[in-house]
Write a protein that binds this ligand. Structure first.
Ligand code: SF4
Ligand code: SF4
Length: 381
């Protein structure tokens, strides 16, 4: 397994994570099979939003004395009042379900307390006005949760939360098809657009969210990385070409700030299939075909895919572009960490000799030579 820093939390996250949803309503033996394989593979991130007691108890029992081997994202506001998944912004209801999560799991802490399904400004107002933010902050003070986060599918609302300083981590829906839709559509809209193949070009709002998270040290974990499986089939992929699981994972892991891709598993074999990503070659992970399949839609914006390498003067072009893009979010306040990262690159933008070979290789039509010069001007090297 490989591990990445989860923003500024001080925690390391396995790049392959685990969304536990598919364990819902499964017999205990199956839950144990999946949990065992997850831990054997070194996966240390689990998202557990399900409000039902039975699946939570099964997971707690399967973890047993191994609780500390996994970091749990637990939802604040996920309920099943009408015997189906629902969302509550009522403080007492949120408390009741969150406290029962601890009891069901048989633990006295949750690593990441996540405001659940934060897709609207109304939801943001409600968690503040109803005391749910204050509740999470109090839990953190008591050590019951270690960090505060949120789950969201809406780039506009997610960025608001990040800029307010509410979050230390964010779980966000990330895949190349979603990234080509407007940032403020709902999850239903995103899934609909996959079916209808209405791609609109790279969403500046979504790109800016990832950069803002990196800028502020908010680590992202992902959901919907395979587009509910639709990206894996030629018939349902909006790119007119099937992507592989490895390509989808790689796409997510090459966005700024992303630490862990949370995939759902209902068998041990599916855990192994996801972890096969760790053994793929660069060619197998390359997702350049999405650009060829959607000509024009992803034109001009760097997606940090590294397709342009090698550079004769050893510039890591994707990294230079990424630090430049983050700096351009707010040129007057470039985070010192970003300046430090840029300065520690082996070769900087200013060393570009304008040979142009990278631009020939870039499937996304990025004006790399101009970007290198721009980075040199911004960072002074
Ligand atoms: S410049 Fe092009 S090829 Fe290079 S990382 Fe960016 S998008 Fe990929
Ligand atoms: S144009 Fe500049 S960045 Fe691109 S390969 Fe040549 S030297 Fe490297």
């Amino acid at each position: 397994m490989q591990y990445r820093d989860l923003g500024k939390t001080g925690k390391k996250a396995s790049i392959i994570g685990f969304g536990a949803e598919y364990l819902d309503r499964k017999p205990y033996e199956r839950v144990e099979e999946v949990i065992n394989r997850v831990l054997e593979q070194g996966i240390n991130m689990m998202d557990l939003f399900m409000p039902g007691s039975e699946v939570r108890r099964n997971i707690g029992q399967a973890l047993g004395s191994r609780r500390k081997q996994i970091q749990i994202q637990g939802a604040i506001g996920s309920v099943d009042l009408k015997e189906q998944y629902d969302i509550s912004r009522d403080l007492d209801t949120c408390k009741r379900y969150f406290e029962s999560l601890l009891t069901d799991l048989g633990t006295d802490y949750i690593d990441f307390g996540m405001f659940f399904f934060m897709d609207t400004e109304e939801a943001l107002r409600q968690i503040i006005d109803n005391g749910i933010v204050a509740y999470a902050q109090e839990l953190k003070k008591q050590g019951v949760i270690h960090h505060i986060g949120a789950t969201s599918h809406n780039a506009h609302v997610a960025r608001q939360m990040v800029e307010m300083g509410l979050l230390e981590t964010l779980m966000f829906s990330v895949n190349p098809a979603f990234d080509m839709n407007a940032g403020d559509v709902s999850i239903d809209g995103l899934m609909d657009s996959l079916e209808d193949r209405r791609l609109e070009g790279v969403s500046p709002e979504r790109a800016a969210l990832y950069l803002a998270c990196e800028q502020r040290g908010v680590g992202i974990t992902t959901m919907k990385t395979l587009g509910a499986g639709k990206l894996l089939s030629k018939a349902t992929s909006p790119f007119k070409d099937a992507l592989t699981v490895g390509q989808c994972i790689h796409y997510a892991l090459t966005r700024p700030a992303i630490a862990s891709v949370m995939l759902g598993y209902s068998t041990a074999a599916e855990v192994d299939e996801a972890c096969r990503y760790l053994t793929l070659t660069d060619e197998e992970k390359d997702y350049g075909n999405v650009a060829h399949a959607a000509p024009g839609l992803m034109h001009g914006a760097c997606v940090y895919c590294n397709h342009c390498q090698p550079c004769p003067v050893s510039i890591n072009i994707a990294s230079v572009n990424r630090y430049r893009d983050i700096a351009r979010l707010d040129l007057a306040n470039i985070p010192p960490s970003i300046v430090q990262h840029y300065n520690s690159l082996v070769a900087k933008g200013g060393e570009c000799i304008a040979c142009g070979s990278c631009e020939e290789r870039c499937p996304f039509g990025v004006e790399i030579i101009n970007n290198m010069a721009d980075a040199a001007e911004i960072f002074g090297a």
